[in-house]
Design a protein around this ligand. Structure first.
Ligand SMILES: Cc1cc2nc3c(=O)[nH]c(=O)nc-3n(C[C@H](O)[C@H](O)[C@H](O)COP(=O)(O)OP(=O)(O)OC[C@H]3O[C@@H](n4cnc5c(N)ncnc54)[C@H](O)[C@@H]3O)c2cc1C
Length: 363
């Protein structure tokens, strides 16, 4: 099957047709009980219903860029979401609402919106995976997140066996979370984004991006400049998939940035007194978001730190755990994740939580 999501297999890696390692950016995961490809919304619903009728567990998989699948694989039916395309469904004033099929490759969509002069997704350039997965963890980067532009999600509700439209307000969007994450209830079929007709980006919010663009935080820049600069910054950190670069064979950030109550943050400052001020940002309410990359680095796990079987922290980004050898097991990756989590907790007292969805494995 030729498609933009499937990763090439390595010579020594798992090669069976149902090996899920072929469909994940980590190149990890054992076999699927049954593998089904669905190319439009009706087919996605049908394949899910058929699996339910067979009383099999269902795993919906798209780009495989935010999952860690155990070495035992997934014994039920895996539905690969491969629907494509987008269309304008509403135009009002200077806004345009675009309905995007769940399987549309995310970065293709971002490129198309930038080309058309639709502002709102440009800072999310270069993120792998599908449009339909972006609501799952409220995908975000460089000061933008999809919660700002999603107006509705169309999903198959597996509890009530019907296709529903869920307004953004009911999606429970939070930092790397939503009602969809860790829930088997909804299968996203399409997503509506409301974008603004403008040659300029939204106000640049991320200091590193502003610096790279040579502007102040709050300034707007041509959409194409925002996109190319974000892609360049991401590529420097191994955060754009590259089949030839094992530093990108990851799920992006493996841990979320911890969100701490003020008291817990003060404790961290005390424990880290010899390490300098922990980089942090204000969260919603009286909470503080702390850099997971900094914690990991200061706990002794620097870029390139290696675990068993050739798994390692990316040489370009402390937060990315990679299957550098291309032939490691999920058990090895999870062992490295555990070592880091426990090491950070022992040294700095802060619990780390994984960002990807773990399937038939645990850390
Ligand atoms: C190099 C790299 C960089 C990354 N950078 C970022 C980043 O900057 N910001 C960020 O937020 N994320 C980032 N990620 C994580 C990932 O790309 C996103 O979370 C992306 O949205 C996942 O899309 P996917 O199609 O690959 O989802 P998958 O990995 O296929 O699935 C992820 C989860 O969503 C569920 N799912 C997928 N599609 C559907 C659907 N249609 N309906 C219901 N459930 C579904 C799956 O069951 C699974 O639980 C990065 C990953 C990599 C590898």
């Amino acid at each position: 099957m030729s498609d933009v999501y499937a990763e090439p297999t390595t010579a020594a890696g798992p090669t069976g047709p149902a090996s899920l390692a072929r469909y994940t950016t980590l190149r990890l995961g054992g076999p699927a009980g049954r593998l089904e490809v669905a190319t439009d919304a009706d087919e996605i619903v049908r394949k899910v219903r058929e699996a339910e009728a067979r009383e099999e567990a269902v795993l919906v998989l798209a780009g495989g860029s935010n999952v860690v699948i155990g070495d035992q694989g997934f014994p039920g039916t895996v539905v690969l979401v491969r629907s494509r395309g987008f269309q304008v469904v509403a135009e009002e004033g200077d806004t345009v609402t675009v309905r995007v099929a769940a399987g549309e490759p995310w970065d293709d969509l971002v490129a198309a919106t930038v080309e058309r002069g639709w502002s709102g997704l440009e800072c999310l350039s270069g993120i792998p995976g599908s449009a339909g997965a972006t609501p799952i963890q409220n995908v975000g980067a460089y000061g933008q997140e999809v919660a700002e532009t999603i107006v509705a999600v169309e999903a198959y509700d597996r509890t009530h066996h019907e296709v529903v439209r869920i307004a953004a307000a009911d999606c429970g969007f939070a930092y790397r979370g939503s009602v969809f994450k860790y829930s088997d209830r909804w299968v996203v079929l399409s997503v509506d984004f409301r974008l603004t007709r403008s040659p300029l980006s939204g106000p640049v919010r991320y200091a590193e991006l502003a610096r790279a663009l040579g502007v102040e935080v709050g300034d707007r820049v041509p959409l194409a400049d925002a996109r190319s600069t974000v892609r360049r910054l991401r590529a420097g950190k191994g955060m754009v998939l590259d089949a030839d670069d094992p530093d990108t064979w990851s799920v992006g950030s493996f841990f979320t940035n911890p969100v701490l109550e003020r008291e817990a943050y003060e404790l961290l400052r005390e424990r880290a007194a010899d390490l300098g001020e922990p980089p942090h940002w204000p969260g919603a309410g009286d909470v503080v978001k702390v850099s997971a990359a900094w914690l990991i680095d200061k706990a002794g796990f620097g870029k390139g730190y290696a675990g068993p079987e050739g798994v390692a922290i990316s040489r370009k980004h402390t937060l990315a755990l990679t299957n550098r050898s291309g032939v490691a097991s999920t058990a090895a990756l999870v062992a490295l994740a555990r070592e880091i989590r426990d090491g950070v907790h022992a040294r700095l007292g802060v619990p780390l939580h994984p960002e990807p969805v773990l399937i038939n494995c645990t850390i």
